[in-house]
Design a protein around this ligand. Structure first.
Ligand code: NDP
Length: 338
Protein backbone atom coordinates (compact mmCIF):
# COMPACT_ATOMS: atom_id res chain seq x y z
CA UNK A 1 0.00 0.00 0.00
CA UNK A 2 1.49 3.35 -1.06
CA UNK A 3 1.09 6.56 0.92
CA UNK A 4 1.90 10.18 0.10
CA UNK A 5 4.60 12.18 1.80
CA UNK A 6 8.19 12.02 2.94
CA UNK A 7 9.67 11.95 6.42
CA UNK A 8 12.60 14.36 6.75
CA UNK A 9 15.34 12.72 8.81
CA UNK A 10 18.16 13.91 11.05
CA UNK A 11 20.89 11.25 11.22
CA UNK A 12 22.70 11.39 14.58
CA UNK A 13 26.25 9.93 14.58
CA UNK A 14 28.10 9.29 11.32
CA UNK A 15 29.75 5.99 12.21
CA UNK A 16 30.29 2.82 10.24
CA UNK A 17 26.68 1.71 10.14
CA UNK A 18 25.19 5.13 9.39
CA UNK A 19 27.67 5.74 6.57
CA UNK A 20 27.74 2.29 5.00
CA UNK A 21 24.16 1.16 5.41
CA UNK A 22 21.70 3.75 6.72
CA UNK A 23 22.44 6.82 4.58
CA UNK A 24 22.48 4.87 1.27
CA UNK A 25 19.31 3.04 2.33
CA UNK A 26 17.48 6.27 3.19
CA UNK A 27 18.56 7.75 -0.16
CA UNK A 28 17.38 4.66 -2.07
CA UNK A 29 14.06 4.27 -0.26
CA UNK A 30 10.81 6.11 -0.93
CA UNK A 31 9.48 7.46 2.37
CA UNK A 32 12.49 9.03 4.08
CA UNK A 33 14.95 11.72 3.10
CA UNK A 34 18.01 12.95 5.05
CA UNK A 35 17.88 16.69 5.61
CA UNK A 36 20.19 16.98 8.64
CA UNK A 37 23.44 15.38 9.76
CA UNK A 38 24.52 15.45 13.40
CA UNK A 39 28.21 14.76 13.97
CA UNK A 40 31.22 15.64 16.09
CA UNK A 41 33.45 15.59 13.03
CA UNK A 42 33.16 18.70 10.89
CA UNK A 43 35.12 17.33 7.94
CA UNK A 44 33.33 13.97 7.78
CA UNK A 45 29.97 15.71 8.09
CA UNK A 46 30.82 18.11 5.26
CA UNK A 47 31.88 15.40 2.80
CA UNK A 48 28.89 13.27 3.75
CA UNK A 49 26.52 16.21 3.34
CA UNK A 50 27.93 16.80 -0.10
CA UNK A 51 27.64 13.17 -1.14
CA UNK A 52 23.98 12.90 -0.09
CA UNK A 53 23.00 16.46 -0.87
CA UNK A 54 22.06 17.19 2.76
CA UNK A 55 21.27 20.77 3.64
CA UNK A 56 21.99 21.00 7.39
CA UNK A 57 24.96 19.90 9.49
CA UNK A 58 24.99 20.45 13.26
CA UNK A 59 27.07 19.17 16.17
CA UNK A 60 25.64 17.31 19.16
CA UNK A 61 25.08 20.43 21.29
CA UNK A 62 23.36 22.24 18.45
CA UNK A 63 21.18 19.19 17.90
CA UNK A 64 20.27 19.02 21.60
CA UNK A 65 19.31 22.68 21.49
CA UNK A 66 17.09 21.97 18.47
CA UNK A 67 18.87 24.57 16.32
CA UNK A 68 17.56 23.26 13.01
CA UNK A 69 14.60 21.34 14.40
CA UNK A 70 12.32 22.79 11.72
CA UNK A 71 14.31 20.90 9.09
CA UNK A 72 13.42 17.35 10.22
CA UNK A 73 10.40 15.34 11.30
CA UNK A 74 12.24 12.33 12.69
CA UNK A 75 15.60 11.33 14.11
CA UNK A 76 17.74 8.24 13.48
CA UNK A 77 20.07 7.58 16.44
CA UNK A 78 23.23 5.65 15.49
CA UNK A 79 25.67 6.60 18.26
CA UNK A 80 27.34 4.21 20.77
CA UNK A 81 24.71 2.40 22.85
CA UNK A 82 24.94 4.38 26.11
CA UNK A 83 24.44 7.63 24.18
CA UNK A 84 21.21 6.53 22.49
CA UNK A 85 19.17 7.78 25.44
CA UNK A 86 20.22 11.40 25.43
CA UNK A 87 19.55 11.82 21.70
CA UNK A 88 16.25 9.93 21.80
CA UNK A 89 15.20 12.16 24.69
CA UNK A 90 16.25 15.32 22.84
CA UNK A 91 14.28 14.19 19.78
CA UNK A 92 11.16 13.43 21.84
CA UNK A 93 11.45 16.83 23.56
CA UNK A 94 11.43 18.42 20.12
CA UNK A 95 8.33 16.39 19.19
CA UNK A 96 10.25 14.32 16.64
CA UNK A 97 9.66 10.64 15.83
CA UNK A 98 12.55 8.28 16.50
CA UNK A 99 14.20 5.24 14.99
CA UNK A 100 16.96 4.13 17.36
CA UNK A 101 19.70 1.57 16.79
CA UNK A 102 19.89 -1.64 18.78
CA UNK A 103 20.26 -2.09 21.70
CA UNK A 104 17.74 0.59 22.63
CA UNK A 105 19.90 1.44 25.66
CA UNK A 106 22.41 -0.25 27.96
CA UNK A 107 20.07 -1.19 30.83
CA UNK A 108 16.38 -2.01 31.04
CA UNK A 109 15.83 0.96 33.35
CA UNK A 110 17.33 3.36 30.82
CA UNK A 111 15.50 1.71 27.92
CA UNK A 112 12.15 1.90 29.77
CA UNK A 113 12.66 5.61 30.27
CA UNK A 114 12.95 6.08 26.51
CA UNK A 115 9.77 4.13 25.84
CA UNK A 116 7.98 6.33 28.42
CA UNK A 117 9.47 9.60 27.17
CA UNK A 118 8.40 8.89 23.58
CA UNK A 119 4.93 7.74 24.69
CA UNK A 120 4.48 10.92 26.78
CA UNK A 121 5.61 13.09 23.87
CA UNK A 122 3.25 11.24 21.51
CA UNK A 123 6.04 10.36 19.07
CA UNK A 124 6.75 7.06 17.31
CA UNK A 125 9.66 5.02 18.67
CA UNK A 126 11.02 2.18 16.55
CA UNK A 127 14.00 0.00 17.46
CA UNK A 128 16.10 -0.57 14.34
CA UNK A 129 15.90 -4.36 14.10
CA UNK A 130 16.65 -4.72 10.41
CA UNK A 131 16.16 -8.51 10.46
CA UNK A 132 12.45 -8.05 11.17
CA UNK A 133 12.13 -6.19 7.85
CA UNK A 134 14.00 -8.85 5.94
CA UNK A 135 11.91 -11.10 3.65
CA UNK A 136 13.52 -14.40 4.72
CA UNK A 137 12.76 -13.73 8.38
CA UNK A 138 9.21 -12.60 7.62
CA UNK A 139 8.55 -15.70 5.50
CA UNK A 140 10.03 -17.95 8.19
CA UNK A 141 7.72 -16.37 10.77
CA UNK A 142 4.71 -17.23 8.57
CA UNK A 143 5.89 -20.82 8.10
CA UNK A 144 6.22 -21.20 11.88
CA UNK A 145 2.84 -19.56 12.54
CA UNK A 146 1.19 -21.83 9.96
CA UNK A 147 2.42 -24.81 11.98
CA UNK A 148 4.26 -26.27 9.01
CA UNK A 149 7.03 -27.67 11.22
CA UNK A 150 4.55 -28.53 14.02
CA UNK A 151 5.21 -27.06 17.46
CA UNK A 152 8.65 -25.52 17.77
CA UNK A 153 10.66 -27.44 20.40
CA UNK A 154 14.20 -26.09 20.16
CA UNK A 155 15.94 -23.16 18.51
CA UNK A 156 19.67 -22.77 17.88
CA UNK A 157 21.15 -19.40 16.98
CA UNK A 158 24.64 -17.98 16.81
CA UNK A 159 26.45 -14.89 15.61
CA UNK A 160 30.18 -14.22 15.72
CA UNK A 161 32.22 -11.36 14.36
CA UNK A 162 35.94 -10.75 14.99
CA UNK A 163 35.57 -7.20 16.24
CA UNK A 164 39.31 -6.37 16.36
CA UNK A 165 39.74 -7.20 12.67
CA UNK A 166 37.49 -4.31 11.68
CA UNK A 167 37.84 -1.82 14.55
CA UNK A 168 40.66 -0.49 16.68
CA UNK A 169 41.16 -1.73 20.27
CA UNK A 170 39.97 1.63 21.62
CA UNK A 171 36.49 1.07 20.14
CA UNK A 172 33.54 1.96 22.39
CA UNK A 173 32.41 -1.65 21.86
CA UNK A 174 35.01 -2.79 24.41
CA UNK A 175 34.04 -0.09 26.94
CA UNK A 176 31.26 -1.40 29.18
CA UNK A 177 30.12 2.12 30.08
CA UNK A 178 29.44 2.97 26.44
CA UNK A 179 28.44 -0.47 25.16
CA UNK A 180 26.60 -1.97 28.16
CA UNK A 181 28.43 -5.27 27.69
CA UNK A 182 30.29 -7.19 25.02
CA UNK A 183 29.43 -9.96 22.57
CA UNK A 184 26.05 -10.59 24.19
CA UNK A 185 24.71 -7.07 23.88
CA UNK A 186 26.30 -6.36 20.48
CA UNK A 187 25.81 -9.69 18.67
CA UNK A 188 23.81 -12.02 20.94
CA UNK A 189 20.92 -9.56 20.64
CA UNK A 190 20.37 -10.82 17.06
CA UNK A 191 19.54 -14.46 17.85
CA UNK A 192 17.64 -13.17 20.93
CA UNK A 193 15.47 -10.68 19.08
CA UNK A 194 15.03 -12.85 15.99
CA UNK A 195 13.93 -15.87 18.05
CA UNK A 196 11.40 -13.72 19.92
CA UNK A 197 10.18 -12.38 16.58
CA UNK A 198 9.88 -15.80 14.93
CA UNK A 199 8.13 -17.44 17.89
CA UNK A 200 6.01 -14.35 18.63
CA UNK A 201 6.79 -15.05 22.27
CA UNK A 202 8.94 -13.68 25.12
CA UNK A 203 11.26 -15.78 27.27
CA UNK A 204 10.38 -16.51 30.89
CA UNK A 205 13.94 -17.28 32.04
CA UNK A 206 17.53 -17.05 30.84
CA UNK A 207 20.76 -18.79 31.74
CA UNK A 208 24.07 -17.37 30.50
CA UNK A 209 27.77 -18.02 30.72
CA UNK A 210 30.38 -15.51 29.54
CA UNK A 211 34.15 -15.54 29.32
CA UNK A 212 37.04 -13.38 28.16
CA UNK A 213 40.36 -14.96 27.30
CA UNK A 214 42.29 -12.19 25.55
CA UNK A 215 43.33 -9.04 27.46
CA UNK A 216 41.56 -6.77 24.93
CA UNK A 217 38.28 -8.19 26.25
CA UNK A 218 39.09 -7.72 29.93
CA UNK A 219 36.10 -5.50 30.57
CA UNK A 220 33.42 -7.07 28.36
CA UNK A 221 32.37 -10.60 27.38
CA UNK A 222 34.46 -11.92 24.50
CA UNK A 223 32.33 -15.08 24.17
CA UNK A 224 28.87 -15.87 25.49
CA UNK A 225 26.52 -18.82 25.46
CA UNK A 226 22.97 -18.40 26.71
CA UNK A 227 19.79 -20.39 26.87
CA UNK A 228 16.34 -18.83 26.72
CA UNK A 229 13.33 -20.66 28.12
CA UNK A 230 10.03 -19.71 26.48
CA UNK A 231 6.48 -20.59 27.57
CA UNK A 232 5.64 -24.17 26.60
CA UNK A 233 9.20 -25.28 27.46
CA UNK A 234 10.58 -24.14 24.11
CA UNK A 235 14.29 -23.47 24.50
CA UNK A 236 16.68 -21.40 22.41
CA UNK A 237 20.40 -22.18 22.68
CA UNK A 238 22.38 -19.17 21.53
CA UNK A 239 26.00 -18.14 21.21
CA UNK A 240 27.85 -14.96 20.28
CA UNK A 241 31.50 -14.10 19.98
CA UNK A 242 33.66 -11.02 19.43
CA UNK A 243 36.71 -13.11 18.64
CA UNK A 244 35.90 -15.95 16.25
CA UNK A 245 35.50 -16.43 12.52
CA UNK A 246 32.55 -14.39 11.21
CA UNK A 247 29.53 -16.66 11.10
CA UNK A 248 25.80 -16.67 11.74
CA UNK A 249 23.18 -19.39 11.77
CA UNK A 250 19.66 -20.07 12.97
CA UNK A 251 17.73 -23.34 13.18
CA UNK A 252 14.26 -24.09 14.49
CA UNK A 253 13.39 -27.69 15.24
CA UNK A 254 9.71 -28.52 15.55
CA UNK A 255 7.68 -31.65 16.32
CA UNK A 256 7.11 -32.27 12.58
CA UNK A 257 9.92 -30.46 10.80
CA UNK A 258 12.84 -28.08 10.80
CA UNK A 259 13.87 -24.73 9.31
CA UNK A 260 17.51 -23.81 8.94
CA UNK A 261 18.73 -20.42 7.72
CA UNK A 262 22.33 -19.82 6.72
CA UNK A 263 23.73 -16.35 7.44
CA UNK A 264 20.47 -15.02 8.98
CA UNK A 265 22.09 -12.02 10.67
CA UNK A 266 24.80 -11.12 8.20
CA UNK A 267 23.73 -8.26 5.97
CA UNK A 268 22.82 -8.06 2.29
CA UNK A 269 23.27 -11.73 1.45
CA UNK A 270 20.96 -14.26 -0.19
CA UNK A 271 20.28 -16.60 2.73
CA UNK A 272 20.05 -20.28 2.00
CA UNK A 273 16.96 -21.73 3.67
CA UNK A 274 16.19 -25.41 4.21
CA UNK A 275 12.69 -26.40 5.28
CA UNK A 276 12.02 -30.04 6.18
CA UNK A 277 8.77 -31.71 7.12
CA UNK A 278 8.63 -35.46 7.55
CA UNK A 279 10.20 -36.95 4.41
CA UNK A 280 9.98 -33.73 2.42
CA UNK A 281 12.71 -31.21 2.15
CA UNK A 282 12.95 -27.98 0.17
CA UNK A 283 15.89 -25.68 -0.15
CA UNK A 284 15.63 -22.14 -1.48
CA UNK A 285 17.55 -18.92 -1.61
CA UNK A 286 15.96 -15.82 -0.11
CA UNK A 287 16.02 -12.43 -1.83
CA UNK A 288 19.24 -10.53 -1.30
CA UNK A 289 17.21 -7.46 -0.26
CA UNK A 290 18.67 -4.47 1.44
CA UNK A 291 16.70 -4.89 4.63
CA UNK A 292 17.93 -1.51 5.87
CA UNK A 293 16.14 0.14 2.93
CA UNK A 294 13.02 -1.84 3.87
CA UNK A 295 13.51 -0.74 7.48
CA UNK A 296 13.57 2.98 6.71
CA UNK A 297 10.69 2.66 4.26
CA UNK A 298 8.72 0.86 6.95
CA UNK A 299 9.60 3.51 9.54
CA UNK A 300 8.56 6.27 7.11
CA UNK A 301 5.32 4.44 6.36
CA UNK A 302 4.58 4.07 10.10
CA UNK A 303 5.22 7.78 10.75
CA UNK A 304 3.15 8.90 7.76
CA UNK A 305 0.21 6.66 8.65
CA UNK A 306 0.45 6.86 12.45
CA UNK A 307 1.06 3.09 12.66
CA UNK A 308 2.86 1.59 15.69
CA UNK A 309 6.01 -0.02 14.21
CA UNK A 310 6.54 -3.80 14.39
CA UNK A 311 9.90 -3.50 16.11
CA UNK A 312 8.65 -0.94 18.64
CA UNK A 313 10.41 0.70 21.56
CA UNK A 314 8.85 -1.98 23.80
CA UNK A 315 10.43 -4.66 21.62
CA UNK A 316 13.81 -2.99 22.13
CA UNK A 317 13.16 -2.73 25.87
CA UNK A 318 12.29 -6.42 26.15
CA UNK A 319 15.66 -7.49 24.70
CA UNK A 320 17.58 -5.20 27.06
CA UNK A 321 15.58 -6.68 29.95
CA UNK A 322 16.60 -10.19 28.87
CA UNK A 323 20.23 -9.08 28.42
CA UNK A 324 20.29 -7.57 31.93
CA UNK A 325 18.94 -10.84 33.30
CA UNK A 326 21.47 -12.83 31.25
CA UNK A 327 24.39 -10.85 32.69
CA UNK A 328 22.93 -11.41 36.16
CA UNK A 329 22.79 -15.15 35.44
CA UNK A 330 26.40 -15.11 34.24
CA UNK A 331 27.32 -13.59 37.63
CA UNK A 332 25.27 -15.87 39.85
CA UNK A 333 25.54 -19.07 37.86
CA UNK A 334 21.77 -19.48 38.28
CA UNK A 335 18.82 -19.12 35.92
CA UNK A 336 17.36 -15.59 36.00
CA UNK A 337 13.57 -15.39 35.84
CA UNK A 338 12.04 -12.68 33.70
P1 NDP B 1 30.86 3.47 15.08
O1 NDP B 1 31.85 3.43 16.18
O2 NDP B 1 31.32 3.15 13.71
O3 NDP B 1 30.15 4.89 15.03
C1 NDP B 1 29.60 5.53 16.14
C2 NDP B 1 29.48 7.02 15.84
O4 NDP B 1 28.80 7.63 16.92
C3 NDP B 1 30.81 7.74 15.71
O5 NDP B 1 31.33 7.68 14.41
C4 NDP B 1 30.44 9.16 16.10
O6 NDP B 1 29.95 9.86 14.98
C5 NDP B 1 29.25 8.98 17.03
N1 NDP B 1 29.61 9.25 18.44
C6 NDP B 1 29.04 10.19 19.22
N2 NDP B 1 29.59 10.20 20.43
C7 NDP B 1 30.58 9.28 20.43
C8 NDP B 1 31.51 8.84 21.40
N3 NDP B 1 31.56 9.36 22.64
N4 NDP B 1 32.37 7.85 21.06
C9 NDP B 1 32.33 7.30 19.84
N5 NDP B 1 31.46 7.67 18.87
C10 NDP B 1 30.59 8.66 19.17
O7 NDP B 1 29.68 2.49 15.53
P2 NDP B 1 28.62 1.73 14.62
O8 NDP B 1 28.18 2.57 13.48
O9 NDP B 1 29.12 0.38 14.33
O10 NDP B 1 27.42 1.56 15.67
C11 NDP B 1 26.56 2.64 16.01
C12 NDP B 1 25.25 2.09 16.57
O11 NDP B 1 24.63 1.28 15.58
C13 NDP B 1 25.42 1.19 17.79
O12 NDP B 1 24.33 1.37 18.66
C14 NDP B 1 25.39 -0.21 17.22
O13 NDP B 1 24.93 -1.19 18.14
C15 NDP B 1 24.43 -0.03 16.06
N6 NDP B 1 24.70 -0.96 14.96
C16 NDP B 1 23.65 -1.60 14.38
C17 NDP B 1 23.83 -2.46 13.35
C18 NDP B 1 22.65 -3.12 12.73
O14 NDP B 1 22.84 -4.06 11.97
N7 NDP B 1 21.45 -2.65 12.98
C19 NDP B 1 25.17 -2.79 12.84
C20 NDP B 1 26.22 -2.01 13.46
C21 NDP B 1 25.97 -1.15 14.49
P3 NDP B 1 30.61 11.25 14.51
O15 NDP B 1 32.05 10.94 14.21
O16 NDP B 1 29.82 11.64 13.35
O17 NDP B 1 30.44 12.19 15.69
Amino acid sequence: EDVDGTVRMAVVGLGGFALKRALPAIAAGKYCETTTLVSGSVRKAATTAERYDVEHVVDYDEFRRGEVADAYDAVYVATPNALHGEYVRAAADQGKHVICEKPLETTAERARELVDVCADAGVTLMTAYRIQLESTARRTREIVADGYIGEVVQVYGGFSHPVLETTSPDTWRLDPDLAGGGALVDLGIYPLNTTRYLLESDPVAVNAWTCSLEPAFDEVDEHVTFTLRFPGEITASCTASFNAHASSHLRLVGTDGMISISAPFGGVVPQNVIVERGEFSVEYTGNPDDEVEEEFDYFGYCVLTGTEPGPSGRDGLEDVRVIDAAYESAETGQWSDL
